[in-house]
Design a protein around this ligand. Structure first.
Ligand code: PMP
Ligand code: GLU
Length: 389
């Protein structure tokens, strides 16, 4: 059967397939511990659910403009101004079907076949595949644990060719939890601006940040940084709204317009009544985000403590998001073999680091209860002890 050439270049999402496998095993009654999904275990806060339910009850069930409801675009523009110090007009904001869709639309809007997209590894699994879907080539820059898994300006500079069109920055990072400082970002931005390289700034974990670290938005640096940056964010992680499929991208007017057009011919608007929920998330006062982050922080400390007690494992302390990315290379297994055996022998689901461009590591999502972390890490500890024996 002949399929489109572009489909031959892309691999399925391992983050999603590990999650479905764990959920399937659970439904079969297997006692699986799931560290796979990058999905908060909390329920969406009630005031958000109520706003959407009320919208449904009132018959808010029709198309909205493709780029989203005007009130929501306005609220997002206000949020970007207040939290991120970026001045976007509502017309520069496009509401998308999840931040994943926002990233994809952003890449489709500015990348041509043959262009290169610089992606620091470890990277979120979908970036290279999105670049390939646009006909562009991912150019992967390896980073090191010694440098906290962050790309330096020199490493970025070395990666640039005449074909470089975009760089993808994701801070706080999935899968490493790395958070770039203002200085580190400023240096990277300077390199990008010299060659008019677009910056896709994926800020979906903006709020999930610890130890007093500060999230900085690269579009806030200068007028030129603003013009070349496509700022992506969404509701999935901060507000525990993964299933709602709501994200957004904000960019210079011509880019936002093109994204609006792309969306107009592909998905049209994100679900109307879900947008009303997102509006409540931004507008109604609540401590829900802070409450969730506090609990994530306690889990982060617990999982780091438990990992540090396992001989053969090393792990850079994450400063944001809800993942740890431990190095398991001392066990002599590929990340895929390690995770397959771990699931088969101990019923613990983790994502092989190879999905994020590093085969020496695995990713554990600690978006689960402290009890689950205790149990899961006990199993991993026993598994590792057996591998060493
Ligand atoms: N960016 C990163 C870095 C992610 O980890 C994810 C996965 N949740 C997304 C974007 C997409 O999020 P959403 O569920 O809003 O599509
Ligand atoms: N982004 C989350 C993760 O990395 C959810 C799965 C996905 O969208 O890839 O696990």
């Amino acid at each position: 059967m002949q399929l489109a050439e572009r489909t031959q270049k892309i691999a399925p999402s391992l983050t999603l397939s590990v999650d479905s496998k764990a959920k399937y095993l659970k439904s079969e009654g297997v006692d699986v511990i799931g560290f796979g999904a990058g999905e908060p275990d909390f329920d969406t806060p009630d005031h958000i659910k109520l706003a959407a339910a009320q919208a449904l009850a009132e018959g808010f069930t029709k198309y909205t403009p493709a780029a989203g409801m005007p009130e929501l675009r306005q609220a997002i523009a206000e949020k970007l101004k207040n939290d991120n110090h970026i001045d976007y007009k509502p017309s520069q904001v496009v509401v998308t079907c999840g931040a994943k869709h926002a990233c994809y639309n952003a890449i489709m809007a500015v990348c041509d076949p043959g262009d290169e997209v610089v992606i620091p590894a470890p990277y979120w699994t979908s970036y290279p595949e999105m670049a390939r879907l646009a006909g562009a080539e991912p150019y992967i820059v390896e980073t090191t644990e010694e440098n906290g898994w962050k790309m330096t300006a020199a490493e970025f500079q070395n990666a640039i060719s005449p074909r470089t069109r975009m760089v993808i920055l994701n801070t706080p990072s999935n899968p490493t939890g790395a958070v770039y400082s203002e200085q580190e970002l400023a240096e990277l931005v300077e390199v990008a601006l010299e060659d008019d390289i677009y910056i896709l700034s994926d800020e979906i974990y903006e709020k999930t940040i610890y130890d007093g670290e500060k999230h900085i938005s690269v579009a806030s640096f200068s007028k030129k940084a603003y013009d070349l940056t496509l700022t992506v964010n969404g509701f999935s992680k901060s507000y525990a709204m993964t299933g709602w499929r709501l994200g957004y991208v904000a960019a210079a007017e011509p880019i936002a317009k093109v994204i609006d057009t792309i969306q107009g011919h592909t998905t049209s608007n994100p679900t109307s009544f879900a947008q009303k929920g997102a509006l409540a998330a931004l507008k109604e006062p609540s401590t829900c985000v802070e409450d969730m982050v506090k609990e994530f922080d306690a889990r982060r400390k617990l999982i780091m403590k438990k990992l540090s007690e396992i001989p053969g494992i090393s792990c850079v302390e994450p400063k944001g998001a809800f993942y740890v990315f431990p190095n398991i290379s001392s066990f002599g297994l590929s990340s895929t073999d390690f995770c397959t055996k771990l699931l088969d022998e101990k019923q613990v689901a983790a994502v092989p680091g190879i999905a994020f461009g590093d085969d020496r590591c695995i990713r554990l999502s600690y978006a689960c209860s402290q009890e689950t972390i205790e149990n899961g890490l006990q199993r991993i500890s026993a598994f590792c002890a057996k591998l060493k024996s």
